[in-house]
Design a protein around this ligand. Structure first.
Ligand code: ATP
Ligand code: MG
Length: 574
């Protein structure tokens, strides 16, 4: 390819709306252009990167027994109604009607379609296991489409679905996909970590890992152990309750005036108690149910744990001040767990009954109780692990203090079990002729998000630094002057030679200053640059520069093609 003919509109200035570096650099390097919020066109170089990631994904899926299919983007509502997700998927689902008023959606995922396919085609245990995948656009009307390709409304995903005879088969499929994902992200040159993740209340048989690219801009928070292999999304990480020692029980509880003290900080300061000595009492609303949640004042409630423990609400949120007033007769800041109305469910974090003495709201405006003894005075209908893990806590596997990091979720593997095969009736006959439900797993890679994640990890102030396996081209040739016939000739010859060797090479044949060409080459992030100028060419030499290290060396023009080839081959070994 010649740069003079390439649609590669690079920009010097940072686009105003691009918050994260990958978004900024993808726009500046001319890889993508926006069509609508969260919807993008891939320009030629962007598409090349995407195709390379897809190829890696495809190779690894095929190696693990995956068979590629292509399912429709437009999905009939009936299937979603059969699985029960038409109602629960909510506003993220793009819904549409055809001219006959039939309902459809744009696929955000394909469990329904694939299960429908399999129920129609699979009869016998002999046809299992079956592992089908596709690489395709997905549609999710995200609440906040942002960060460029990181959170699009139209994005590209690889999704594989496994169908096995039993749990043991599912375990095997799951392990294969887990291993494949490790290879995919390693081959893409990403620094990543598989973490235990939340399977949600509808998570079938459980078991799920997310693959996190570690980057400060990540939307996820993960904890990991520096000494063993434990790593988990904070949403999921289990906690052991901790007891605050050196607290003494003193007499009976007292009602104290706390005028206009509504926040934990205000109350603690006013009463001179640490946050660990206070119980936060929160009135929650899960769909149409209301309940109280108790947690120690210094802790953060983990709503995902709460929702899972209570069976999975579609919507879970703090009750409004009006609802709090109706049920408890006070403002949210004064809600407490003493003598709560009969019939109101109270769920408490495990640490609450271990508190020897606590301050809490009195369900009365401007008043709190002090010196309550939670285990004796609070009705706690259910006591559960409901809190967020904190960095520094002991690893539950080995005891070392946990660390925290930010992560970008680039993939997830998931044991679905029989949720969809039961809902849609995907049945096979076993050896004894008995009907059984297929045991399913699903496994997604965010292909377009992986591309963005790579930039989050691999860039500097000049631009992108592509790992060789996913670079749009491996090598750019920059003739310093297009007026010097010798330089042009040498550049053309090297261009032909590299192509002959199978190197993906691009020639910057534009009539531009060398500085402009260098800037663009660094911005786009070609791993290798060969600069040809009249001075060194006089000695039969050209300059070879690696984008990653910035190291330059003078190389004989006779050897340079082979040398470039060697660098690339070394990087592509997998
Ligand atoms: P998130 O929690 O980030 O919204 P998710 O858990 O809903 O993602 P999955 O359903 O597990 O996503 O989809 C599989 C993969 O698809 C994710 O691991 C992620 O890499 C990618 N992905 C999901 N949503 C988006 C999006 N809006 N834009 C780009 N990639 C996405
Ligand atoms: Mg996920």
């Amino acid at each position: 390819m010649r740069v003079s003919q390439l649609l590669n509109p690079t920009l010097r200035e940072v686009p105003a709306e691009a918050e994260v570096i990958s978004h900024q650099l993808m726009v500046r390097a001319g890889l993508i252009r926006k069509s609508a919020a969260g919807v993008y066109t891939y320009l030629p170089l962007g598409l090349r990167v995407l195709r390379k990631i897809e190829t890696i994904v495809r190779e690894e899926m095929d190696a693990k027994g995956g068979q590629e299919v292509l399912m429709p983007i437009i999905q009939p509502a009936e299937l979603w109604k059969e699985s029960g997700r038409w109602e629960v998927y909510g506003a993220e689902l793009f819904r549409l009607k055809d001219r006959h008023n039939r309902e459809f959606c744009l696929g955000p995922t394909h469990e329904e379609i694939i299960t429908d396919l399999v129920r129609g085609e699979i009869r016998s245990y002999k046809q299992l296991p079956l592992r089908l995948y596709q690489i395709q656009n997905k549609y999710r009307d995200e609440r906040r489409p942002r960060f460029g390709l990181m959170r699009g409304r139209e994005f590209i995903m690889k999704d594989l679905y496994s169908f096995d005879r039993d749990e043991a088969g599912l375990d095997e499929s799951y392990q294969r996909m887990y291993d494949a994902y490790c290879r995919i992200f390693s081959r893409c040159g990403l620094t990543y970590r598989p973490v235990e993740a939340d399977a949600g209340a509808i998570g079938g048989t459980g078991g799920t890992h997310e693959f996190m690219v570690l980057a400060d801009s990540g939307e996820n928070s993960v904890v990991y152990c520096p000494d063993c292999d434990f790593a988990a999304n904070v949403e999921k990480a289990e906690c052991r309750p901790q007891v605050i020692e050196d607290v003494e029980v003193v007499g009976q509880r007292k009602l104290v005036s706390t005028p206009e003290m509504k926040t934990i900080n205000e109350v603690c300061k006013f009463l001179s108690v640490p946050k660990t000595g206070l119980v936060k009492t929160l009135l929650y609303q899960g769909d149409d149910k209301t309940f109280l949640v108790l947690i120690r004042g210094d802790r953060e409630l983990n709503e995902i744990k709460l929702n899972n423990a209570l069976g999975g609400f579609v919507s879970l949120q703090l009750a409004s001040p009006q609802v709090v007033a109706e049920i408890l007769g006070c403002e949210p800041g004064y809600v407490g767990p003493v003598e709560v109305p009969a019939g109101l469910l109270v769920v408490a974090d495990e640490e609450v009954p271990l508190m020897k003495r606590a301050v809490c709201g009195a369900n009365k405006a401007n008043y709190h109780f002090v010196d309550t003894v939670p285990s004796q005075e609070f009705r706690m209908d259910r006591v559960l692990d409901l809190r967020m893990v904190e960095p520094g806590e002991a690893c539950l596997k080995c005891g070392a203090p946990l660390k925290e990091a930010r992560g970008i979720e680039v993939g997830q593997v998931f044991k679905l079990g029989t949720k969809y095969s039961k809902a849609l009736g995907a049945i096979y006959l076993d050896e004894n002729g008995e009907e059984k439900h297929c045991v399913m797993g699903c496994y997604g890679v965010g292909v377009s998000r992986s591309m963005a994640s790579s930039i989050e990890q691999n860039h500097d102030e000049s631009g992108i630094i592509w790992p060789i396996p996913i670079a749009p081209y491996h090598c750019i040739i920059v003739p310093v002057s297009t007026k010097d016939a010798q330089v042009v000739e040498a550049a053309e010859k090297l261009y032909q030679d590299l192509q002959g060797l199978g190197v993906e090479v691009i020639l910057d044949d534009r009539d531009e200053r060398a500085g402009v060409k260098f800037k663009d080459a660094d911005l786009v992030g070609y791993p290798i640059r060969v600069t040809i100028g009249s001075k060194t060419l006089g000695n039969g030499q050209v300059e070879l520069r690696e984008r990653k290290t910035g190291e330059t060396q003078l190389v004989s023009i006779a050897d340079v093609a082979q040398q470039v080839k060697r660098i690339i081959e070394k990087a592509l070994v997998c």
